[in-house]
Design a protein. Structure first.
Length: 78
């Protein structure tokens, strides 16, 4: 099994637990919640691996440096 599948399985498992924990409550804004929860650790991991070099991190993530800076600011990581 490749790492891509490991991540997908982890997300599926976490979502299954989330829905079970709702105990009948109606979920809302799941997409935004998941993306916000996943994005911060992704940014932290990549930034740590490149010694906080934003140019290298943006390249690894496949986004522009300006987009990276905005995301880092949004997550309070700058």
């Amino acid at each position: 099994m490749n790492k891509k599948n490991d991540i997908a399985q982890s997300v599926s498992y976490a979502l299954d637990r989330y829905f079970a924990d709702l105990d009948g409550e109606k979920p809302a804004n799941i997409y935004d919640m998941v993306m916000r929860q996943v994005e911060r650790p992704l940014l932290e991991s990549v930034m740590g691996r490149v010694g906080n070099n934003q140019t290298q991190a943006a390249e690894i993530l496949g986004i522009t440096r300006n987009t990276l800076r905005r995301k880092l600011t949004d997550h309070g990581l700058l």
